[in-house]
Design a protein around this ligand. Structure first.
Ligand SMILES: Cc1cc2nc3c(=O)[nH]c(=O)nc-3n(C[C@H](O)[C@H](O)[C@H](O)COP(=O)(O)O)c2cc1C
Length: 178
């Protein structure tokens, strides 16, 4: 992935810890990795962890006066070869499906012309909910790639579909998208 810029967007889901490994794998592949965390994502993993792994500053705030000196959200959107959202929460997918742009990550999603891969992860009932399924369909219609979650034991104690795909599988998908 030499000379490729990957913007990794992290939503507020328990599987955010797996994204740390994904970032490490992307760096190993020599990608330039820029991590954007939602406010909820920071409740699950620290910006310091991701900054250390990605070897780049972390982007969190749309209204950050220093990051916005060069209109940071547009710069990131423009320089991305691919945007990967992992974990893509139900909330984040609902926002993206409707074109909302009320934080840094959703602004980047609207501004970028790069390929976007959503890697959802949530409780099985949240995944199966008609609203989530309608949002997934809408995202596909909008041209986004969706990597459907794995089935198995979930962090919430349930069994079923909702596990974030393994970081190695996500890397493979990113490589296949070019
Ligand atoms: C402990 C805990 C775990 C959560 N895990 C998930 C999850 O795996 N998937 C999800 O869609 N929402 C999950 N949520 C709910 C989200 O954090 C919440 O909807 C949040 O608003 C999502 O913000 P975002 O749009 O920044 O991702 C969890 C909440 C808590 C308190």
């Amino acid at each position: 992935m030499k000379n490729k810029t990957v913007v990794v967007g992290i939503g507020g889901g328990i599987a955010a810890y797996k994204t740390c490994e994904l970032v490490r794998l992307l760096v190993k592949e020599k990608a330039s990795v820029h991590v954007v965390m939602t406010s909820a994502a920071k409740e699950f993993v620290t910006p310091l962890t991701l900054q250390t792994l990605s070897m780049n500053p972390i982007h969190t705030d749309l209204f950050d006066i220093t990051q916005e000196q060069k209109i940071g959200h547009i710069t990131l959107a423009d320089k991305a070869d691919i945007v990967v959202i992992a974990p893509a929460t139900a909330d984040l997918m609902a926002k993206a499906a409707h074109g909302l742009a009320n934080d840094l990550l959703t602004n980047i999603l609207l501004a970028t012309r790069a390929k976007v891969l959503f890697c959802p992860s949530m409780n099985v009932n949240m995944w199966n909910h008609k609203a989530t399924q309608a949002n997934v369909k809408r995202l596909q219609e909008l041209g986004y790639q969706i990597m459907e979650p794995d089935s198995g034991e979930l962090a919430c104690g349930y069994e079923g579909k909702g596990r974030l795909c393994e970081p190695e599988a996500i890397l493979k998908k990113i490589l296949s998208l070019g």
